[in-house]
Design a protein around this ligand. Sequence first.
Ligand code: PAF
Length: 197
Amino acid sequence: MLTARTLVELRQHLQRFKRPAFVPTMGNLHEGHLHLLQVAKPLGDVLVASIFVNRLQFLPHEDFASYPRTFEDDCAKLHEQGCDVLFAPDETQLYPHPQTFKVQPDPALANILEGEFRPGFFTGVCTVVLKLFHCVFNGGAGVAVFGQKDYQQQLILKHMVQQLAMPIDIVTAATTRAPDGLALSSRNGYLSPPERA
Ligand code: PAF
């Protein structure tokens, strides 16, 4: 597995492929992410994952600073899943200047449900995903896989690629659950046993 830390490295490596299959993540990988990778693997000619904890999708009171970062462990898991390329930029790569241009999703979709309680969250998600798509697909075709657990997110991203005429297929993969039925999530570690029950 090649780990690209910069956009230049990533693009150089991906230029010979015609249809990347891409799984964007914020790391702290669990079985749910691994399922996304398994779904993505046969859909493209190179399997790409990204790890980037995206500041833009955290509200000031949220857990950006303490969000679990488990890079070494994540790399081992990606390698085991046959991931070909990991894009792991730091903020100087993705946000070299304050990100003042943002992707504003349709408020009818983005300001309800989770978006009602996390104002600006889906703007942060769309902005980073559009940027990651530019990095990985470089204007070309490909496929990106997202989890059904984040139902509103995948709906908004499908709308984004359709409205912006991007030749990218968004595939939704089924939710992976813990034996007690809880959908796997990187933040489940925050839950106490009574909160989980
Ligand atoms: O679902 C996530 O983990 C994030 O929202 C994503 C799509 C990687 C964008 O930061």
